[in-house]
Design a protein around this ligand. Structure first.
Ligand code: PHE
Length: 463
């Protein structure tokens, strides 16, 4: 049933056995919410950009990229799970919808037009369906490098980084940073390319810059809360951040920043010292520097108090009219809460398939709120031999059939029959429109289609 070609933004792409981009994604392609005037994602982008003065911003790069741009150029290993067809939308074997803004790093470094740059864009990942996950979301990438060849000596370059560090805005944020700046096994220094002193200084510059950015953002969020009378005095805890060791193929050492906000540690971004081979691939062997990637939806949801990620895609004036980029940030006022309609789908997996991947909550703070990990490393999975059933396939069926009226899909039962050893799964699908009340008939009709597709595509037996 794969069409012979896919047309995306007016360009035809040949398809092959790797193609897995559904029409529902293609029809949302190109909305460019991050540059749409007065859209909360655009307001959030501008707020983050404002903390990086002098950086050049790249905000209109198309989302169709090559496997080389998205993975190889960044040093992803051939078996990295991020490459899997269950996680990534492939147009064909060599072409995909970027899964992160890092896909453009090498191209921008090669351009070599400014020391500092940011890049915001829509990114695509096959993922869970819930209030904080949507297959399209927005990231901002940022990087700052120093050209060592432009200094008289390595020491002069170090001094320049130190000087720049000393000029960064100071803050009184509580920062927990319990680990050493690098760790031989867990978070190695790139000893072949630079010294501990260099990596430490670049890392310190990176951390201070990002701390400053979150101080600004959370101060704005606080103001909005207070203005709407939602911040109860006394209950307010001081803003805290902590740095956690992380792993990305394109940085080392790497960290994630978590923010303590209203009783929870939230993962907000991934960052690190840029992988030197990456800069070499970009013909910038003498540059050294840092990069970060942040998920804009998560930040925007906190800033404006937006409770459901689907709202960003709403064309309803009751949503859009609430945001104005020339005014201070205001809390989002929910306009109505329509009832949710839960329906369960319980099924036996085909006899032959013991393999099933379930309850996979995606892994990245840079992706969307309340998820962990993204393009980080998980235990390797064989990219070529895929399981008979992957939860993301059900997520996609639900989205394709119900569009934005599906709010949540989650595993509620996983049972293996003791005698036959057949495995049965049950998922709860919650249907709810953000704009109107759904009728029982239309929910039933959508759910029947979902069950039907499960039978047709995966040979499951509905219970
Ligand atoms: N590309 C990473 C992700 O999507 C985020 C990141 C960007 C990490 C830049 C480090 C440096 O998960």
């Amino acid at each position: 049933t794969t069409p012979e070609k896919l047309t995306i933004a007016g360009i035809d792409y040949p398809t092959d056995s790797w193609t897995n981009v559904p029409q529902s994604i293609i029809s949302q392609y190109g909305r460019r919410l991050h540059i749409e005037p007065n859209h909360p994602l655009s307001i959030t982008r501008q707020l983050v950009e404002s903390r990086f003065p002098g950086f050049k911003s790249h905000n209109a790069l198309p989302g169709v990229v090559t496997v080389d741009q998205n993975f190889d150029s960044l040093g992803f290993t051939p078996d990295h799970p991020g490459r899997s067809r269950t996680d990534t939308y492939y147009i064909n074997e060599g072409t995909l919808l970027r899964t992160h803004t890092s896909a453009h790093e090498v191209d921008i470094f090669r351009e070599n037009s400014t020391d500092g740059w940011t890049l915001s864009a829509d990114v695509y990942r096959r993922d869970a369906v819930d209030k904080s996950h949507y297959p399209i979301f927005h990231q901002m990438e940022g990087a700052l490098t120093w050209d060592r060849s432009s200094f008289d000596s390595p020491q002069a370059c170090l001094d320049a980084i130190k000087q720049s560090f000393d000029k960064l805005p100071r803050h009184d944020l509580v920062v927990e940073d319990p680990n050493p700046p690098f760790h031989k096994e867990r978070n190695p220094l790139q000893e072949k390319y630079h010294s501990a002193a260099e990596a430490e200084l670049v890392g310190a510059h990176l951390k201070r810059s990002l701390e400053d950015m979150v101080v600004t953002i959370f101060a704005a969020a606080d103001k909005a809360l207070t203005a709407s009378g939602q911040a109860v005095e006394g209950e307010k805890e001081p803003l805290k951040v902590r740095w956690v060791e992380a792993f990305f193929p394109h940085t080392s050492p790497s960290w994630e920043m978590e923010v303590w906000w209203r009783g929870d540690w939230l993962e907000v971004l991934g960052c690190g010292v840029i992988d030197q081979p990456l800069l070499i691939r970009a013909d910038q062997p003498d540059r050294i520097g840092w990069a970060f990637g942040i998920g804009l939806e998560r930040i925007a949801m906190l800033l404006f108090g937006i409770p459901d990620i689907r709202l960003f895609w709403s064309k309803d004036a009751r949503f859009l009219k609430q945001f104005n980029e020339s005014e201070p940030i205001k809390r989002f006022q929910p306009f109505s809460k329509h009832p949710s309609a839960p329906r369960d789908v319980a099924f036996w997996l085909p006899k032959s398939s013991k393999e099933a991947i379930v309850a996979e909550t995606s892994s990245s703070g840079t992706s969307a709120p309340s998820s962990a990990g993204g393009q980080q490393t998980e235990p390797p999975r064989d990219v070529k031999s895929e399981p008979a059933f992957h939860e993301n396939d059900l997520m996609e069926i639900a989205r394709t059939i119900a569009g934005d009226t599906v709010e949540d899909v989650r595993l509620i039962d996983d049972f293996t029959h003791p005698k036959t050893s057949r495995r049965s799964l049950c998922y709860r699908v919650e249907y709810r429109s953000l704009e109107r009340t759904l009728t029982t008939e239309e929910v039933n009709a959508m759910h029947e289609k979902v069950c039907g597709e499960m039978v047709e595509k995966f040979g499951v037996e509905i219970r």
